[in-house]
Ligand binder design. Sequence first.
Ligand code: MG
Length: 379
Amino acid sequence: MPMPTADRTAVLIVAAGRGTRVGPGAPKQWRDLAGQRVLDRTVEAFRAAGFARILCVLHADEQHLAPNDVTTCAGGDTRAASVRAGLEALAADPPDHVLIHDGARPLVSPKLIAQVMEALAVHDGAAPALPVTDALWRGGAHVTGTQPREGLWRAQTPQGFAFPAILNAHRSHDGDAADDVEIARAAGLTVAITEGSEDNLKLTRAADFPRAARLLETPMTDIRLGNGYDVHRFGDGDHVWLCGIRIPHTRGLQGHSDADVGMHALTDAIYGALAEGDIGRHFPPSDPQWKGAESHIFLAHAAQRIAARGYRLANADVTLICERPKIGPHADAMAQRLAEIMSTDPGRISVKATTSERLGFTGREEGIAAIATCALIGG
Ligand code: MG
């Protein structure tokens, strides 16, 4: 048998049922699943796997609800009758193969479909299933017996067949059946079992909808940005501390710690990204133990908070705003020192500077300002 191809295969999606087990409301194929109708998702799953010829078997009253760009036909009173109607509709231009699928299995994967198609190269029929792993009981209110589970499978769809073979099987079958495999086997066809998936669930009860919605969620990369701004005033002194580097200068910066304005801005950016306030919240200026504390204690704490909250630092960018001292010759050493305090790669840290064209308080050299931005990645 030739390898079945998507362009010579039709997809027959059965969605004519009333789905009473799901509870009051619209039949399940029309219900919303994470912002899209169940049947639209099911159709999309096959399109994504490369199938263009898709026939939806719908209830006679619901033909107008059909998804875009599919053909439809009216279903019958039973599932078998609905599939038969679909097969007869396809018979006018018969495909080589047909995949018969439950409309209420929207999470079918391209891989699962491909495995069914591969098996059809050597078998009349192929369908996915999962081995039963739970113990099986008989009973009602009480357990009245157990059923050995060896050799038992939970059947799924799509169930694939050579088209003429399954059409003939349906034409010669009376009454309903659990699925098309039953009808195929009754006609003597061999049906291979391919690998099913727990995610290929059939939406049957109300609780299946939130479960399917969770499976559809793509994990969101959690990115957090923070900014920080700080200013310290010049006073007497012969050096300044900027981003952890001591720079000789004609004046010093005033502040209750070492007045490292750049490191303070960066520390606040991190707290901001974590929505954990600012340095003052973690190290209150009113607390004597922080009087004169070296700023690397604050930055190291903020870096620890990044890890404790389950994030990593993507990058940080610090800009110092001053006329003097000249920052350029020290910028690399500053980035190295900040990275060392934060236990991160210096390539993730930028330190740069600008003047303010002699305008404003920084231009008049009354103080130094710093702004900082950081990005944290989590999830
Ligand atoms: Mg400060």
